[in-house]
Design a protein around this ligand. Structure first.
Ligand code: AMP
Ligand code: FE
Ligand code: FE
Ligand code: ZN
Length: 283
């Protein structure tokens, strides 16, 4: 229910992503590239008999933490929304513009410090129309022999708060939830308690967002500790949120296999029943 292709920062093309899902025994796959629906059509065309495709996207958002400190970047999964809905299409286009400009600026800062990377080489790794991200620069740093892996690039140079880090102007999460609903979709808060990535929102925020239309929370995610999965499962039960599980597969940019975490069929049924934007595609 949460995977990335070369339409954003995954390393499999959308058709390779479908093939990887098929090989991994996945019967229902969601494609959720960052801030784009650009991979949907190729993935749909590549579906294998017996497979279904949930068309989605991972929206870059900003949220209050609920703890009184500064806001934090969060990710919201939108599923089965109309990709031509004006507000959604415009906001995703704006975010891709932000991503492009910001990756160029991060690359310039890294290059200015003497690392052997340049803007043209990095941007050449981003296919036309795709969402640019730090993993593209990370790959260029690996190719240049600066670091041994994408995760080492993040740990040493590209982490949030590094001297090279440049923020982007993300969408207020409340706006994104309302926009996805208006486009007929459903929304699931991605990896909300991924503490190893940095600061996270207070559980009370998830309750507030449930009240304004958040549909669900990702519970089983590689970056969630067992006790946080339990907390999220309980909170979801108390507030009528749908629970999902997913690998957040990024091809070789991360090490998690595609079917490492999965979603209960009942959860998928609930999401599909609530959505009116585009149907679940069956091969
Ligand atoms: P950006 O979209 O430019 O803000 O970059 C964030 C993306 O980088 C996430 O969506 C992940 O795909 C990836 N990422 C973040 N941290 C790591 C890490 N430690 N190792 C590998 N990939 C990472
Ligand atoms: Fe990513
Ligand atoms: Fe994410
Ligand atoms: Zn993701």
């Amino acid at each position: 229910m949460h995977t990335h292709s070369t339409a954003s920062d995954g390393t499999d093309s959308p058709s390779e992503l479908v093939a990887a899902a098929h090989a991994g025994g996945v019967d229902v796959l969601a494609i959720t590239d960052h801030d784009t629906t650009g991979g949907w059509d190729e993935a749909a065309a590549a579906l294998r008999p017996g497979m279904s495709l949930v068309r989605g996207s991972e929206f870059s958002c900003i949220s209050a933490t609920g703890r009184g400190d500064r806001p934090v970047s969060v990710h919201l999964l939108g599923y089965l929304f109309d990709p031509q809905h004006e507000a959604v299409a415009a906001e995703q286009a704006r975010l891709r513009g932000e991503r492009d400009a910001r990756l160029r600026r991060i690359t310039e800062k890294v290059a200015a410090d003497g690392y052997p990377v340049d803007v043209d080489t990095v941007m050449a790794l981003v296919p036309a129309g795709a969402s640019a991200g730090r993993p593209h620069l990370a790959r260029a740093l690996v190719a240049a022999g600066v670091v041994g892996s994408v995760s080492e690039a993040f740990a040493t140079l590209l982490y949030a708060g590094s001297p090279y880090y440049v923020p982007k102007a993300d969408t207020p999460v409340e706006t994104a939830i309302q926009m996805i609903s208006a486009a007929g979709g459903v929304s699931v808060f991605a990896h909300s308690l991924a503490r190893r990535r940095g600061r996270v929102v207070a559980p009370s925020r998830l309750v507030e967002l449930a009240e304004i239309g958040l549909t669900g929370v990702e519970v089983d995610h590689p970056d969630h500790a067992p006790e946080d999965r339990e907390l999220l499962r309980r909170l979801a039960g108390e507030h009528g949120l749908v629970t999902t599980g997913s690998s957040d597969y990024h091809g070789t940019n991360k090490t998690t296999p595609i079917a490492a975490e999965t979603t209960e069929p009942e959860s998928l049924e609930k999401l599909v029943a609530l959505a009116t934007g585009v149907p679940l595609l069956q091969a």
